[in-house]
Design a protein around this ligand. Structure first.
Ligand code: 5GP
Length: 248
């Protein structure tokens, strides 16, 4: 793995692990082969899934970076590892929707497939025990999860990220229906001049078929984690097709 030293494991989540490097501004992110849904009530392992998601996230975050949208992604290290910026994660799940599906339909009885224009942005509390409850901006601020100014910035970044993601996917014949993002506070200890960098909110975590609802634009075939969540088909094949479409 290049010449970067994989140090102590700092965090293990359902789909990824994070390790220290010798640079306090940078971590190594490892994508695991685990598949989980419904707050890990449904679990499985899919050989090769970590490698696919590592590459999909690198391709998408790389393209977002070229479009001027900063994320934690720095570079691919090997099949399942990427070098990322070390951030303080804002414990919010930020969901952007272009069509009604999933929990929006379950919560409100909205017909699946209803177009949403302008897109809807929702925020939820990232907390499995509470099942990631949706929040108002005011409740999130009351809980100290983020300030109202940070939430406004996060929602704006989620919308512009979505516009770019929709365009990237559509060029490859994939339609983005909705997605979840996470953001982090990045306060680099060392910028390119050697001093402390400008603290800022940037896109964090991953952008993959685990976090986006996607269909093949021509056939309507599903290409995302709903294949696993609702036993709708071969999830491995769906993930492989998505990576191939994105040029991986
Ligand atoms: P919904 O609220 O309809 O279940 O999900 C909306 C979108 O956000 C879907 O694309 C879904 O994959 C993503 N999403 C929502 N919550 C989570 C979560 O806890 N983990 C992941 N990986 N994706 C989520």
């Amino acid at each position: 793995m290049a010449e970067i030293n994989k140090g102590e494991m700092l965090y293990e989540g359902k789909a990824k692990r994070l390790y220290r490097t010798d640079n306090p501004d940078e971590l190594i992110m490892e994508f695991k082969d685990s598949l989980t849904a419904f707050d890990a009530v449904k679990k499985d392992t899919l050989a090769g899934k970590g490698a696919i998601n590592n590459q999909v996230s690198a391709l998408l975050m790389g393209a977002l970076g070229e479009a001027g949208i900063e994320s934690t992604f720095i570079e691919l290290l090997d099949e399942t590892h990427s070098l990322v910026k070390s951030v303080e994660i804002v414990p919010l799940e930020v969901i952007v929707r272009y069509e009604a599906h999933g929990s929006l339909c379950r919560r409100y009885g909205i017909e699946a497939g209803t177009l949403i224009n302008p897109p809807l942005v929702e925020i939820g509390y990232k907390n499995d025990e509470l099942h990631d409850p949706f929040l108002t901006d005011e409740i999130a601020a009351l809980m100290g999860l983020a300030t109202l100014d940070e939430i406004a910035r996060i929602k704006y970044l989620a919308l512009i990220t979505g516009e770019k993601l929709k365009e990237i996917y559509l060029k490859q014949g994939v339609k983005l229906l909705d997605f979840k993002l996470e953001f982090g506070r990045f306060a680099p200890r060392t910028d390119k001049w050697g001093g402390p960098g400008q603290p800022r909110i940037i896109l964090a975590d991953e952008v993959t078929a685990d976090t986006c609802r996607l269909v093949d634009a021509a056939t309507g075939e599903k290409l995302d984690k709903d294949l696993f969540r609702f036993d709708l088909g071969d999830v491995g094949e769906g993930y492989k097709k998505l990576l191939a479409k994105l040029g991986g």
